[in-house]
Design a protein around this ligand. Structure first.
Ligand SMILES: N[C@@H](CCC(=O)N[C@@H](CS)C(=O)NCC(=O)O)C(=O)O
Length: 212
């Protein structure tokens, strides 16, 4: 299994889940600016959009879209219990994966993190995002995870909430979300994945600063 990733991006959630499952994988870093892997290969030959994550399965198929990849990992390694069983519970999992992917990742954090996004657009998504964070706050109040147990949706949410540090989103205005995030950051798979990716991110920024 080969994960194409960029440090601290949404692909970190797949790394977290691979660590949860304890399965070996090849991690291939993609430069988000050049769309090349660190050894110079054209990543668009893997995924035409150039976005991460992409996952090459052991039989050579390339999967894209984070929510789909996360569910593939959960289903391929059921012993890791990264997804609930049962139709209704699975719907709830998909509901949260969709919420994190659309309402938080793409609608809120992507524009806030985009240096090219106009300030008015950032102000707009920040205001709109407040209701999404309040909705999440209500759900997480009194709960440890999004569902009954840790799932791939928590790995995705922990990764996305991590970006708040680089944006004007103030997580401490949402005490249950803030506490949930702090708890998840201590989970071994999350701590390991994010500390490794933080090092790679710093190295990437240093490369950019050198113009390399
Ligand atoms: N719809 C895709 C979006 C993935 C995505 O936004 N990836 C970001 C990193 S978090 C990316 O590769 N951005 C680079 C770009 O947009 O060119 C998914 O859910 O997997």
């Amino acid at each position: 299994m080969q994960l194409y990733f960029s440090p601290l991006s949404c692909s970190a959630s797949v790394r977290i889940c691979l660590y949860e499952a304890g399965v070996p994988a090849v991690f291939t870093q993609v430069d988000p600016r050049t769309k090349r892997t660190l050894d110079g290969a054209d990543y668009r030959q893997v995924h035409a959009l150039g976005t991460v994550p992409a996952l090459r399965t052991d039989d050579g198929e390339v999967l894209t879209e984070n929510a789909a990849i996360l569910q593939y990992v959960a289903d391929t390694f059921p012993q890791a219990k990264l997804a609930p069983e049962g139709t209704r519970e699975r719907v709830r999992l998909r509901q949260w994966l969709s919420f994190v992917g659309t309402e938080l990742h793409k609608a809120l954090f992507t524009p806030l993190l985009d240096k090219a996004a106009p300030e008015a657009a950032k102000a707009y998504v920040l205001e709109k995002g407040a209701s999404r964070l309040a909705f999440l706050e209500a759900h997480l109040t009194g709960r440890e995870f999004l569902l009954e147990h840790f799932s791939v949706a928590d790995a995705y949410l922990a990764t996305v909430l991590n970006w708040s540090a680089a944006t004007p989103v103030k997580l401490d205005a949402y005490p249950a979300v803030h506490a949930y995030h702090a708890r998840l950051l201590k989970r071994p798979s999350v701590a390991k994945a994010l500390s490794e990716e933080r090092r790679l991110y710093v190295a990437e920024q240093e490369r950019y600063a050198r113009g390399a």
